[in-house]
Design a protein around this ligand. Structure first.
Ligand SMILES: [Zn+2]
Length: 95
């Protein structure tokens, strides 16, 4: 009888435990892994910084979307059945 164990690793961003398959490792520092949710968060932060450095019409549009998103979350509307999935969809597709 074989026992299968799933190794757990800690996300270096949020500190939660995840299965190895649910982490993304850094190229030059494979000891560092972040979960998918934190990877999306870091992507969003990087895009925000990039937009601040190179202002364009698209950057202003993304900033407006980010501001709206933050406003919705501040009011707790992201927990509503329809709004939450829409915000997650925007997160996945916002350049
Ligand atoms: Zn995380």
């Amino acid at each position: 009888m074989s026992e299968t164990t799933t190794a757990q690793a800690t996300c270096w961003c949020c500190g939660n435990e995840f299965a190895e398959r649910d982490l993304v490792r850094l190229g030059s520092h494979p000891e560092v892994g972040v979960c998918f949710q934190c990877a999306r968060f870091l992507r969003r932060r990087a895009a925000e910084r990039e937009d601040q450095q190179r202002v364009s019409a698209a950057a202003r549009l993304r900033a407006a979307v980010r501001t709206s998103r933050a406003w919705v979350i501040t009011h707790g509307w992201h927990r509503l059945p329809l709004v939450g999935p829409i915000l997650r969809r925007i997160d996945r597709h916002l350049p």
